[in-house]
Design a binder for this molecule. Structure first.
Ligand SMILES: [Mn+2]
Length: 487
């Protein structure tokens, strides 16, 4: 671990919780910030109850009440609504629940519009704000789902209170939210609900038709963020009947299809949205005309994953960080990072990072590097769990002001699963900045081999003892291939 230097510019030292960061150059704070992205973040982990934990579930009751008022008032006032959901299964199902409920409550369908944040972008950027304001000038109510939240400037111009924003979310946000927004957050109500479940609980009792039409959507989001092995225990609602009615396998397949288009090079969350919002059940989704393009998207993504999954990791000199460099137009870096975090065995390793230099470009065409980090599975229960944020901040502090890590953004802190697996949201940064970071991390620095250590093409993996005996490795490779073919 690099020594932590004092950096007077970083005003808020990170807390010992998993949070996401953003990179930006100090000099160009605003412009850099606007090119950042956070996506693909899902963390399933046990977080001990902390000071701010809330005894009410799925969110503080005052927030739930105010949220329901917001929705009722939206319908009564026949407002033009813009729904901005995240692009994964949890976000899309949350959005579908919101849309369906508003329609059931009496809002005409054509009053509801949808917006997706651009590829590699964050909602909290100047570009996105302009897109929303210019693209939807008549909108007076905005519902933002599963996007994370942060303090600071309002999402759009509130036009003296004419435009109101409701944020429904479950990511950690340090209690901060954009100005002029109302929020319902599950972040302190353990076990933390997914956004889909939170949205469902918000609207469930507003109309008898809502649970009928939206129950399966709530499950889709839960499966998306927490997997189908999730246990529905108190205070979570008992959804056994719903799961039985629609079928666990069909629901899992629907999640896998919906999750694909956001990862393709075309970045096409609209198709997934259309499929989920038009379907009355997971089965209808799977047999719809959209399902074909969803399957194609999944194929493209799987092919890219297969193409890059053998990328060998390069380690830092201490063996604490493994870096995988890929160059893909698809958002597969989180997947590659996860795979390697499951397979590298080492007692030294604390972080697995996958960087992708082919995913997005900056607004002026300069190369960007997006990356995702994971805590390796080799870290056992009872071991001290590394804080990825701290690790990255400590490295960036050595950059003497060239880079600066910011810790106020979203992260997922889902305590539902008893899993040590954690993920790190995708970042993006200019290529030069990223190379500087790689330098201070001392990644790729030569490792002193012991005289009798096997020399195998100078591969640091061998020297650090990461490779398993050859026979065993072959077996694993075979399995991996089989997995890829079946997925
Ligand atoms: Mn989510």
């Amino acid at each position: 671990m690099p020594p932590k230097k004092n950096n007077s510019k970083r005003k808020n030292p990170p807390e010992k919780v998993q949070q996401s960061l953003k990179f930006f150059k100090v000099k160009e704070e605003t412009s850099e910030e606007s090119r950042l992205s956070d996506e693909g973040a899902t963390i399933c982990l046990v977080v001990p109850k902390h000071e701010g934990s809330c005894s009410e579930w799925p969110a503080p009751s005052i927030q739930m009440e105010e949220g329901r008022k917001f929705l009722m008032e939206t319908v009564e006032g026949k407002h033009n609504v813009l729904i901005i959901p995240d692009k994964d299964a949890d976000g899309l199902s949350s959005g579908a629940i919101a849309l369906r409920s508003l329609v059931i409550l009496g809002l005409p369908r054509d009053k509801i519009k949808i917006h997706f944040v651009s590829k590699g972008q964050s909602l909290h950027t100047k570009e996105e704000r302009e897109k929303i304001e210019q693209g939807f000038p008549d909108v007076t109510r905005i519902i933002i789902l599963d996007q994370g939240s942060r303090g600071g400037k309002e999402i759009v111009d509130p036009k003296e209170g004419k435009v109101k924003v409701l944020i429904v979310d479950h990511h950690h946000s340090k209690g901060e939210h954009p100005d002029h927004s109302q929020f319902v957050t599950a972040q302190n109500s353990y076990p933390i609900a997914t956004s889909s479940l939170l949205t469902y609980m918000l609207v469930r009792d507003l109309h008898p038709q809502i649970p009928e039409k939206c129950d399966w959507l709530a499950v889709i989001g839960v499966y998306g963020d927490l997997s189908a092995s999730v246990k529905w225990v108190d205070p979570w609602p008992d959804m056994t009947a719903t799961i039985k009615r629609y079928g666990k396998t069909k629901m899992t397949e629907a999640v896998s299809l919906i999750n694909a288009p956001r990862r393709t090079s075309q970045y096409d969350p609209e198709t997934a949205w259309k499929a989920i919002v038009d379907a009355e059940s997971p089965n209808q989704l799977l047999t719809s005309t959209d399902a074909e393009s969803l399957r194609e998207a999944r194929q493209q993504v799987n092919a890219e994953i297969a193409r890059w999954s053998r990328t060998p990791p390069v380690f830092n000199d201490e063996g604490t960080v493994a870096l995988l460099r890929i160059n893909s137009p698809c958002q597969i870096h989180p997947v590659i990072a996860t795979r390697w975090s499951n397979s590298i065995k080492s007692k030294h390793l604390k972080m697995v990072m996958c960087s992708n230099s082919g995913y997005t470009e900056g607004s002026n065409g300069e190369k960007r590097v997006n990356f995702s980090c994971r805590i390796p599975k080799s870290i056992k229960d009872g071991d001290e769990c590394p804080n990825l944020q701290d690790i990255l901040v400590q490295y960036s502090d050595q950059l003497e002001g060239a880079l600066y890590m910011r810790d106020h953004l979203m992260s997922d802190r889902l305590s539902r699963e008893e899993s040590r697996f954690r993920s790190w949201p995708q970042r993006s940064n200019s290529e030069d900045d990223f190379e500087q970071l790689v330098q201070v991390m001392r990644i790729g620095f030569k490792v002193e081999a012991k005289p009798k250590a096997p020399v195998n093409g100078g591969n640091t993996l061998d020297k650090l003892g990461f490779f398993k005996p050859k026979e065993e490795k072959k077996e694993e490779e075979k399995k991996e291939e089989e997995n890829l073919c079946t997925k």
